[in-house]
Design a binder for this molecule. Structure first.
Ligand code: GCB
Length: 598
């Protein structure tokens, strides 16, 4: 990636959004490149960006379209931008993209949930209309994350078969910017904080495309509080720092100036929150105090929008999460649009940031095979080296992008992979070793363990700084009248973990029951609102007994779209809120509980 910095405007940097109407065409036989579609699409239709065709169409074959498809847009570049380096930055393209400017390929990117930018200056015609074309592909395989496979239907159509349950939405679903940047430019900067004796030391490391000097200034309410001029790395110290926390999400402003021969050639400003995150014994410490995580596993998901970014949804979700007394969510199962993290910094939310490593288990009946400890020896397959490269690249891009957000307190490197085989341990040993070199703040690394990967068989918990459990006793296993057995199963498992004396924190990162907002039952039955309440009460009663449990992230914040199947009624209905963000009964129980829990 050329730069991980979020677009800003100042004297040196300009950008404009390229969102809106683009041209769009599917290419089921992948003939586009041979036929010159990178110059002109033969028969396009209009498509909004950000957006996803799957939510806009009325036709089933379009909704499930799998394969290559193209986007195209014309834009004007005035000659007063000649002295600038020009780029197009995509918030994400799902799952992979090749970008052309006026027919010339200028870059490619693998991974549907992270930004990338391509340099376009070399192919631009100034004072004229230019054309950007993007060839997108949304197929799933075991060579890239998230994982899945593909079926060819009797009519010849490809159909993606995800090894995960959320709908495989694809396309250009995040913002697209045109960037005009200086030739010598800052490309990223990383910060680390140390707190001691009422002082905060902020160590910085600046990345740039040229050797230069950098002036770094820290402001508190417009007032300068510290300043240093140095090569790319040095530190600043401030007295009596005002720390960032969920109760008081306080921010400072940092300004970085890039100096060549004493002259400023680039400048980047950002808000930062000073705070530390550490694991000590079985506690997670924020600013050296234990915290208890209350909140959700989420999705980027909404009616008509699919996974397309929309700030109104983001704001509504934070308002709902504040209302209910939550302080945390996991970006299950992929890094979300950057705007989510900016809001979290401001609203005082904690995020477990997850790479899109979901479906590493070869199970298209969702995760049930893995849950039953069926081993498909996923990590013994020939494609694993390729997969590992992509997985590592996405970890790097996620950390490069998100490392400065005070809201990000941990990195999740996997969701429910096969985890009981030696091969899975070997794979993740390398993944963790790779990731541990990347975060200057050395935040905790973790991943979520599937049901069935319990204390006796799991091979991955030794790699994790805290252990995350996704558990569905009382839903997929021992549901309804068997809930008494579910209680015993959960207790037995937790006793098992306790007996291992790991001295590590545990967080429940998923537990939940599908619930129809229209269903009420007395006595309660599965799928009713009453059952969702009973289910959660059972977990909460048990949590009290295990002091190493440091968090409860319920599954899911809201109902969300999935592939169709007998396990889903219009989608996954485990939401605490409905898909249109209205509370189910359980929301009031959680509100009462979380407002009392510290
Ligand atoms: C899981 C998965 C999650 C599913 C959930 C469910 O374990 O991590 O992606 O949505 O179960 O509801 O089945």
């Amino acid at each position: 990636m050329e730069s991980a910095l979020y677009p800003i405007q100042n004297k040196y940097r300009f950008n404009t959004l390229m969102n809106g109407t683009w041209q769009f065409e599917t290419d089921p036989n992948s003939v586009g490149l041979d036929e010159g579609w990178n110059k002109e699409l033969p028969d396009p239709e209009e498509m909004p960006v950000p957006g996803t065709f799957a939510e806009l169409t009325t036709k089933r074959d379009r909704k499930y379209y799998t394969g290559d498809f193209w986007y195209q847009k014309d834009f004007f570049i005035p000659s007063f931008l000649k002295k600038k380096e020009l780029y197009i930055r995509f918030g994400s393209v799902t799952h992979r993209a090749k970008v052309f400017i006026n027919g010339h390929e200028v870059g490619q990117h693998e991974g549907g949930f992270l930004p990338f930018q391509v340099k376009i200056s070399n192919y631009i015609n100034y004072d004229q209309t230019n054309r950007v074309t993007v060839l997108v592909n949304n197929e799933l395989s075991e060579k890239a994350i998230p994982c899945g496979t593909e079926e060819i239907l009797d009519n010849g159509q490809k159909l993606a078969q995800p090894y995960f349950d959320f709908f495989n939405y694809s396309g250009i679903m995040r913002n697209v910017w045109l960037l005009a940047l200086p030739q010598s430019q800052i490309t990223n900067f990383k910060l680390n904080y140390q707190l001691a004796n009422n002082k905060a030391t902020i160590t910085y490391n600046i990345e740039a495309n040229n050797n230069a000097e950098f002036k770094v200034t820290l402001f508190d309410n417009q007032k300068e509080v510290a300043c240093a001029t140095s090569k790319n790395t040095s530190s600043l110290t401030i007295k009596n720092p005002h720390l960032w926390s969920p109760n008081d999400p306080y921010s400072y402003k940092i300004k970085i100036e890039m100096l060549e021969d004493g002259k400023t050639v680039d400048e980047y400003t950002d808000k930062i929150g000073i705070r530390t995150v550490k694991i000590v014994n079985d506690k997670i410490l924020l600013n050296n105090h234990p915290i208890y995580l209350k909140g959700f596993g989420k999705h980027e998901d909404f009616n008509v929008l699919g996974k397309a970014v929309n700030e109104s949804i983001i704001k509504r979700d934070y308002e709902c999460m504040k209302w209910i007394g939550a302080n945390c969510f996991r970006s299950s199962h992929y890094p979300y649009a950057e705007e989510w993290y900016q809001y979290a910094d401001k609203y005082g939310f904690l995020i477990i940031d997850e790479v899109p490593a979901v479906g590493l288990n070869r199970s298209i009946t969702n995760f049930l095979n893995v849950t039953n400890s069926n081993q498909s020896h996923f990590f013994a397959s020939k494609t694993v080296p390729e997969l590992k490269k992509v997985h590592e690249q996405e970890i790097k891009e996620m950390i490069d992008r998100d490392q400065r957000h005070p809201s990000v307190i941990a990195w999740s490197l996997f969701n429910e992979p096969e985890s009981t085989t030696q091969e899975s341990y070997d794979y993740f040993k390398d993944i963790f070793a790779f990731a541990r070199k990347l975060d200057p703040q050395n935040r905790p690394y973790t991943g979520t363990l599937v049901m069935g990967s319990g204390p006796k068989v799991d091979k991955l918990h030794p790699l994790c700084d805290f252990v995350c459990l996704n558990r569905y006793y009382g839903w997929y296993v021992a549901g309804g009248p068997e809930i008494v057995n579910a209680k015993k199963m959960l207790e037995d498992e937790l006793d098992g973990w306790q007996n291992l004396k790991l001295n590590k924190p545990f967080v429940f990162t998923e537990f939940g029951a599908d619930t129809l907002s229209s269903s009420h039952r007395l006595p309660d039955e599965m799928w009713s609102q009453e059952y969702q309440n009973e289910y959660y009460q059972m977990y909460f009663d048990i949590f009290k007994k295990y002091p190493f449990i440091c968090g409860e992230l319920v599954w899911n914040f809201a109902d969300f779209k999935t592939s169709e199947g007998i396990m889903r009624v219009g989608g996954n209905d485990k939401g605490i809120f409905t898909r249109d963000r209205e509370p189910k009964d359980i929301a009031f129980t959680l509100k009462k509980r979380w407002q009392q829990l510290n």
